[in-house]
Design a protein around this ligand. Sequence first.
Ligand code: PEP
Ligand code: MG
Length: 591
Amino acid sequence: MEKRRGIPVSPGVAIGPALVLDTEGVVIPQRTVPADQVEAEVGRLHVALEEAAAEARAARQRFTAQFGAAYGNIFGAQQSAFEDGAFWDRVTAAIRANSYSAEYAVSRGVREFVKKLEDAGRRLGAEAGAEVYRRAAELNDIARQVLHALHGHPAQPVGGVAGGGPFVVLANDLMPSDTADFSPRTVRAFATESGGPTSHTAILANALEIPAVVGVGRFLTDVSGGDVVIVDGERGLLILDPDEATVAEYEGRRVALLNRADRFHALRDKPAVTHDGTTVRLLGNIELAHEAAHCAEWGAEGVGLYRSEFLYLNKAADPTEEEHYEAYRSVVQTLGPDKPVVIRTLDLGADKVFSLSSLLTTEKNPFLGLRSVRLCLRKLDLFRTQLRAILRAAAHGDIRIMFPMISTADELRQCKTLLNEVKDDLDDAGLAFKRDIRVGTMIEVPSAALMADVLAREVDFFSVGTNDLVQYTLAADRNNENVANLYNPADPSVLRLIEGVVKAGRERGVEVNVCGEMSGEPVYTALLLGLGLRQLSATPRKIPEVKRVIRLLRVDEAERLAAQVRRMDTASQVTNYLRDHLRRILPEAVD
Ligand code: PEP
Ligand code: MG
């Protein structure tokens, strides 16, 4: 058994067979077969090897004829790998000795070999090591081809353990478009080698209510498809090859967490009011329209952030005005016309690329490039389409509009000018829409935070996007585990910016919300209240716990806490202090 530590990004725990993506790209339907099917598995393996070798042979001939022997020989090396008697004999022996399925034996055999190569690569110097790594990558490719060939010759499903899950998905990284296809029925949990806590993949995992751990570091060579693994999305653990006692312990924790979820549901209809009577408005963050139901289920008073760019997920073409409109209207229909719904205009680009190749140029530094509102202001038709849909949908409820990634007052004014033009167009067309829609801006770039007093003259509300604000303030990529030590919402620099925004909002009568992941973390609740926030927007599932903390707090206590924090120099001092405080008021919330 091996425990690997990563970053917990979506709570819950899950136990299940691994589905390893990236290197295999295919499902390992079963780990073992009944004794009387063992010879059939050996037969399937040999047929698959012959097929893979024949394909490599054909590719070799084709490339040799077209480009010359030097190119053809690339496939010659692959062909000999498929014909490497000694290696495949070992795989065959593993099938016979352990009743492994052909897929599992290939996956395991190659992984063991790759791991040995990588270990050797680490011991060798950079140059020789690189050659060994290249060989390891080739072997992975070979495994993938054999597994694909086996896939063409499916095994008999055994005892109902056929392909299709539910699995624990393990991958180097996942794009949001991969994650969007996951559902709790097919994917119990996932863990990735790379990624950070506020990556959009992590945010989607939360939305889909699938436990997840990211940024675990290299582990894929130590696990094979079909192995039993545990993902602990509470503590940020991936457990490979768990022993029986650990499996039993996690079964118990899984049941306990389900019970806790039931308890939290009981808080749904209680108000988010501090012990001394101050009301805090708790709103939900959603990515997909159907999640409006989660807001209602977990007791959110509306939607504080609808990440509308997820309308692009897995779509080849831009969403039409009607598609935008229907999505927004359905959110209003689910929540009712009186609940606020803040629709954030498209925040595309950087790690939210999806299938937008026609929209985006490749940039060397996409997080600092044509992202979000900058892109929309270049693609005015695209922007107009969305603005029309939002204005029209707003005729049916309390829809508000919010612009992301605003870095200057000019940019915000351009957005508002366009919004006014679109209103005039709708007027001319005689279509129903809401003229006096409330307009807000995200504050997620330090320049916007520093200019909040100026921006406050332009809008009805602010929403502080701490996920990006932290990234841009500390110059630490939100998805890069190598700088995760710097990426910290508790950093005093970030807290000063938030406080400045709250102050500017108060002076100008502009509502201030926080909608980054920070607002769903109970450890920050007292501090945010103490800094003056009275509105938070978080993943719906996180709302009950935050509400619980609010109901235990007094505002003067939160303000004293904020005053203490103001004197601190480092994020770790702040975090330790906040954790100690939370431990005192709600011990079970601190691990
Ligand atoms: C943020 O940056 O905090 C935010 C809420 O936006 P997103 O996570 O979608 O970038
Ligand atoms: Mg953001």
